[in-house]
Structure formats: structure tokens, C-alpha cells
Design a protein around this ligand. Sequence first.
Ligand code: CIR
Length: 272
Amino acid sequence: MFTKAIVRPPGPNLAEGLTTMDLGAPNYRRALQQHAAYCEALEECGVTLTRLEADEQYPDSTFVEDTAVVTNRGAILTRPGAASRAGEVERIAEVLSRFYSELHFIHPPGRLDGGDVCEAGCEAGCEAGYEAERGARSHFFIGISERTNEAGAQQLADWLASHGFSSTFVDIRGVKNMLHLKSGLAFLGDNRLVVSDALADRDEFRGHELVRVTAGEEYAANCVRVNDRVLVAAGYPGFTGTLQDLGYPTIALEMVEFRKMDGGLSCLSLRF
Ligand code: CIR
């Protein structure tokens, strides 16, 4: 159950952020509208928002998820893999210190982006949802990517272990079009993982029920279960139908402008 989330709207210089996409520059006005609808959806799911001011010094700062890993037992600030995003962390640390009495940090030579970290309920094999619902041992998948290195992943794994959590590394270097692990992976609860085709055969996910993303709808894999609903990118009817057939009420959100900057639904908030 999430009760809180931190969000930051994009600034007018969103287009100056990093991207591997070739979809043109985002339209700022539409990006603001899409962000507003995203915030409204979180509130509809019962989440109280901490709304930060846009920060023009960091054009990627709307993607707050990358700056921290927040759990029900503590929070750790990341050390983003992209140098241009390093300064985002300090500002998020100030905000998180309102909610957590102690904050931890990833240290050099570690690099870690929150988008590479997927909390996935209890360890594979335990009774579905049972432990996770009681706030006990969650399991985390940690992507090793172009942004997250082994040292960062190991520091996070050690920190998680010290808080009673287990974790598994998933190496996604070399997987095409996958900036972060969560670009192709999401946890739905009920021992279910959403996976894009590129990750579907990985041993790491055995023990979970896999929900495959419809071919051609890979971007939709970055969906977010928020309490009773699943937020899903608009425009992916095959995958949205799959979620609904599984019994999840969905909220479809336009993400076109954020997609142009490699952003997905999960990266627009820190949920806890
Ligand atoms: C970046 O390249 O860092 C941003 N333009 C996009 C970050 C997306 N974050 C995420 O998926 N967690």
C-alpha cells in the first residue's frame, strides 16, 4: 500500500535532458498537462503528494524515481549514472529527510539509477502476496545497466540485506532499447511480474508468474501498480486489455511527451 509520493513537474527546458529517442522535442505545455493528469491519477489511487517545484537547473529532474530507492524500512539516495543528473540527489535528500530519520547514500565508485530497481514483493516461492502485505521481506531486482554499475548494485544489495530484504541482479547491458530495468519490468503484486519479451526468458524471474507485454507494445511494460489500480501508458490497448482480463482496474495516462525523453510512468514519482 502506498500512501505518499514525491513528484516534480518538468521545467520549460525538459527538451535539454538526456534521451536516446528520436521522436522530436517534447512539447512543454503538453508535458505539463500529462504530468498534471499523472498527479491526479496518483491522488485518485489514495496517495498524498509532495509536489516539488520544477527545477530548471536539471532538465531531467522530473524523473524523480532515479534519485532514490524508498522502502517501508528506509531510504537510500542514489548516485545517478549520468553525470548531468548528479545534483538532483541533494535536493531529493532534503525532501526525503522529512519522511525518514536516517538517509543512506550510494558512494563512489558505485553508480545507481532508481529506474533500475524493482521491488517485487516477497521472495519468489513464498506464499503470494502474504509477506509483502505485512511489510516483511520484500525482494528487489536490481538492473545492471548503462547507468547502474556492479559497485552501485552491490552497495544497494548490501543495504537492502541490512534491512532484511533480498535482491537479485539482472544484467541488462546489451539489451536493446532498455535504458533501465524497469523499462521492461514491473511488479503487479500477486507474485506477478510484467516483462517485455527481451526479459521473459531470464532465470531470475522463475518463480513469478510472468505477464508478457503484447508485441509492439514494449513501452507499456513500464506500468505501475498503485494500491488497487494499475497506471498504464495510453495507446497500448493489447496490454491494457491483458491487465483488465487479469482483473486489474487500469488508469491510462498519456505519456507521449515524456517518452520522447526516455521517461516512463514509474520514473515520474517516488512512491512509498
Ligand atoms: C534520463 O535519460 O536519465 C532521462 N531522460 C530519463 C530517465 C527515465 N527514468 C526512468 O525510467 N526511471
